[in-house]
Design a binder for this molecule. Structure first.
Ligand SMILES: C[S@@+](CC[C@H](N)C(=O)[O-])C[C@H]1O[C@@H](n2cnc3c(N)ncnc32)[C@H](O)[C@@H]1O
Length: 348
């Protein structure tokens, strides 16, 4: 998934910090801002017992697929006899072969629909998304898909839809001109389930609440840094994950976002939200990812984190996540398109 703040490319940096801080692998790790689940999955692969949480439903679906599942679900009830990854490929082939349907995505997010000619997806891809989404709901209701199977296939659909979406990084706007990838046919690709013997979990929750509920040895924090709310920038994926038919408004077709606006994306609320979250955690190790353009100034973070225990700060020069909107509207302090990504490491 293309995602603001995705840390896939920073995983080697995270590994360096884990090693330098001598954080023992294999404890309980909590990632309450898990997004694409890239970090949570990585921590799982390193032997941690992981809980991945996020406010958004699409992130929960990714968390189930990448973290909570320890083996491939069985798709025999769909007539797919294969075991493991083979069963998943067979189930995806069934879905890939479905003829398109006129449903909510076609009506709302494609030029042929009635939604004011929004063009997040080509007509053919939107109709394909509708067909696949409808079958997932139907098969689950008929008991032909387990919850695990449903979420794994749904995560594959979210990835595939995101791959052909006609936008430049977020769903805050669609492109007026079709980008090349958006005109290619949507193809479902299998997600590789990471095997493990440990009980991992995914939850949809507010981070400050989750931190109070889940004890952990390592708390990895990757909150939003900027004023861009994920609920409005990834609203199309949220609708796909929920499979509902919300009233949409405006040119971009925004769904209602009540309850999903994050205090971490509001300049005036972010410091207090961070302070509250830190005060609630009893983790021995806290790692916070934040960059030098975030809403909470470096000095303020240093004061908050330094009060908890021994604090070290690691820095990494990083190419920023860019979107078309950034080019048009934004002015960055660094003309060279680079930001300093930091990991603040606290040991109590
Ligand atoms: C910087 S992204 C995390 C990216 C993630 N580490 C990755 O590699 O994909 C921040 C995430 O925090 C989530 N979020 C924002 N406010 C939240 C809150 N109060 N509680 C839980 N999740 C929140 C957003 O939905 C978003 O997925």
């Amino acid at each position: 998934m293309k995602y603001i703040g995705n840390k896939t490319r920073l995983l080697p940096f995270l590994d360096e910090v884990l090693a330098h801080e001598e954080i023992p692998l294999g404890g309980r790790a909590l990632d309450p801002f898990s997004g694409t689940a890239a970090v949570a999955r990585h921590l799982k692969s390193k032997g941690f017992r992981v809980v991945a949480g996020d406010l958004q439903a699409y992130a929960y679906v990714q968390g189930v697929a990448h973290v909570a599942l320890n083996r491939y679900p069985d798709f025999a009830a769909l007539g797919c006899p294969g075991r493991g990854a083979m069963g998943l490929r067979q189930a995806l082939a069934l879905l890939d072969a479905l003829p398109g349907e006129d449903g909510f995505f076609y009506a709302s997010y494609a030029p042929g629909g009635s939604g004011g000619a929004r063009q997040y997806f080509s007509d053919a891809n939107a109709r394909k998304i509708d067909a696949v989404r409808a079958h997932l709901t139907l098969w689950r209701a008929e008991g032909r898909l387990t919850d695990d199977g449903y979420h794994l296939l749904l995560a594959c659909l979210i990835d595939a839809a995101d791959f052909v979406a006609n936008m430049s990084g977020t769903y805050g706007a669609f492109l007026k001109i079709w980008r090349c990838m958006a005109l290619k046919p949507l193809t479902l690709k299998p997600i590789r389930v990471l095997p493990s013997r440990l009980p991992h979990r995914a939850v949809q929750s507010d981070a400050n609440r989750l931190v109070r509920q889940e004890e952990c040895d390592l708390l990895y924090l990757d909150p939003p840094y900027t004023g861009r709310q994920y609920a409005s920038n990834f609203h199309v994926l949220e609708t796909l994950a929920l499979g509902d038919r919300p009233p949409l408004r405006g040119k971009t077709g925004l769904r209602p976002t009540a309850g999903q606006f994050s205090a971490f994306s509001r300049a005036r609320q972010a410091p207090a939200a961070m302070q509250d979250l830190l005060a609630a955690s009893r983790a021995r190790h806290i790692l916070l990812s934040y960059n030098d353009e975030g809403l909470i100034p470096h000095e303020q973070l240093m004061a908050m984190l330094g009060a908890l225990g021994r604090l070290r700060v690691y820095e990494h020069d990083y190419r920023r996540f860019r979107t078309e909107r950034d080019h048009a509207r934004r002015r960055y302090t660094r003309p060279d398109d680079r930001v300093v990504e930091r990991i603040y490491a606290v040991r109590r």
